[in-house]
Design a protein around this ligand. Structure first.
Ligand code: AMP
Ligand code: MG
Length: 484
């Protein structure tokens, strides 16, 4: 089928039996590989001659030697309420491979049919949501934000019932780990301290190998501190690009700090601090401006799960790292976006006032920051044009220019660096919607073109200018269904 240069492992099977169930995929009919990530395959250590060779694997009718599909058991807090019934309800971990560069990759087939953890679900994923996950994981990767990846997707004509009848698809999601905060909650609340410790040591040995040789107490503390800090930095990265996750439940939080599980996510168009992208989230628990707090809440859930095996004081100290790690990364990100290299005591208020202004005047977040990355190249007009009231823009620009006087970098050097921090292209919901409609009609070329553009979001790509356009009215604040 292909030249494999990876090693096969399945270290998840080292965990106690209760952490998973062996489940065979439920076949889909007439599968077709509709998108394949060849660059990623190369990183994993293989090359594909014929994409369609992977259709059977994506459809659950075929397994490669060494694949041993399991559904992982985890629990978690959903919208603040503990749910002991969770687990892979529609995805199967097939195996782990180790690439020639030593990187470990989990292969997880999402949409593979029901499992003991499916509850009322059908175990399927629809084409629409599979495309959305594929697009966004690759868009995040292009932006340099830690994320799970999309290796390939398969579509089938098999019907799936959601609000309407849709068609089935599967995604081969790959990630360095599929272990979530919720795995720890499961171990702590249902399996006991021994199992919890086994899980913790498993995660450390696979994903935090630099900690292995520390004495136990220190090893655990350094690990939790690292997880808390990665989570804080991840969310500071989301805030900087205007990404709203939508379902920050603790079962959707990756233990290695990847963006995990793309459902009703959105990138902000007009800046709206309280934007809620998930229309089932009526209280706005996961609104854009609440994400930093929710990241911390999830770390608290993880921390409580660790109480049986770690000292409370030590846990509290680790949690204390969240705020400083978040603030540090957030400030770093925003200073990069504003092109500020020198330290100035007024910078934090400049940052906060900028957000207030963007919010009050509903300015397109991405266009604004890209616009100020080209002030000396293209002039003020593109930025002023984003404001209904230009005097607001002028006042801000005056303050900003005054602040820039304190910088030592040349304008063109600064703006070049800013264009590496302020993407020109983001995955606006309307762009995703357009390629979904085409794909539903059997045309995947637009999806592939959009993926190519989003792979280099900081580049000018003049031939693809239209992907950077402001959203049409119909495309602003689309109501994205949570059903997937
Ligand atoms: P999510 O909201 O996608 O993070 O899913 C939350 C839980 O519901 C997880 O345990 C999923 O495996 C499960 N789940 C979601 N959709 C389905 C489905 N269609 N069939 C079975 N389980 C599902
Ligand atoms: Mg999930």
């Amino acid at each position: 089928m292909s030249n494999n240069a990876f090693q096969v492992e399945h270290r998840y099977l080292d965990l106690p039996d209760n952490f998973y169930s062996r489940v065979q995929p439920t076949p889909l009919t007439e599968p077709r590989v509709v998108c394949f990530n060849h660059k990623l395959a190369t990183r994993l250590g293989f090359h594909v001659r014929n994409e369609q060779d992977w259709a059977g694997i994506g459809a659950g009718t075929e397994l490669l030697e060494g694949m041993d599909p399991i559904a992982m058991k985890y629990t978690g807090h959903q919208f603040g309420v503990y749910n002991p019934e969770l687990g892979d309800g529609r995805g199967l971990l097939l195996w782990e491979t180790v690439a020639p560069d030593g990187t470990r990759w989990d292969w997880h087939l999402k949409g593979a049919g029901s499992t003991p953890y499916s509850r009322f679900g059908d175990g399927r994923a629809v084409l629409r949501s599979t495309i959305r996950e594929y697009l966004c994981s690759e868009a995040m990767y292009g932006l340099g934000i830690p994320t799970t990846r999309a290796l390939f997707m398969v579509s089938s004509k098999d019907p799936v019932r959601r609000e309407s009848i849709e068609s089935a698809a599967t995604l081969m999601r790959v990630a360095k780990s599929h272990i979530r905060f919720g795995h720890f909650e499961f171990a702590a609340h249902h399996e006991g301290p021994e199992a919890l410790k086994t899980l913790l040591e498993h995660v450390i040995s696979l994903h935090f190998p630099h900690l292995i040789n520390l004495p136990e107490t220190q090893r655990h503390a350094r690990w939790l501190e690292d997880v808390v800090e990665r989570t804080a930095r991840l969310i500071a990265d989301w805030q900087a690009v205007g990404f709203c996750h939508g379902v920050m439940n603790s079962d959707n939080m990756s233990i290695i700090g990847d963006t995990f599980d793309y459902g009703p996510y959105a990138f902000l168009d007009d800046f709206d601090a309280g934007y809620i992208c998930n229309h089932t989230d009526q209280s706005g628990r996961y609104a854009y401006n609440r994400q930093p707090q929710m990241g911390f809440t999830n770390c608290q859930y993880l921390a409580s799960a660790l109480l049986p095996i770690m000292e409370e004081d030590s846990i509290r100290q680790c949690l204390g790292r969240y705020e400083s790690a978040y603030n540090e990364r957030f400030r770093h990100n925003m200073c990069a976006k504003l092109g500020l290299e020198e330290n100035d005591e007024g910078d934090l208020s400049l940052i906060m006032d900028t957000f207030s202004m963007l919010h009050e005047h509903k300015v397109d977040y991405t266009h604004f920051f890209r616009g100020i990355s080209n002030l000396h190249k293209h002039g003020n007009t593109p930025v002023r044009d984003l404001f209904a009231d230009r005097s607001v823009a002028d006042e801000w620009l005056e303050r900003y220019e005054a602040r820039l006087q304190k910088e030592t970098r040349a304008h063109d050097e600064r703006e070049y660096a800013m264009r590496k921090a302020n993407p020109k292209y983001i995955l606006r919901n309307y762009l995703a919607q357009q390629v979904i409609v085409e794909a539903q009609n059997g045309n995947y070329d637009p999806m592939k073109e959009l993926l190519n553009v989003l792979a280099n979001p900081f580049d000018e790509q003049p031939d693809y200018q239209h992907y950077a356009a402001l959203p049409p009215d119909w495309g602003k604040h689309l109501n994205i269904s949570c059903s997937s």
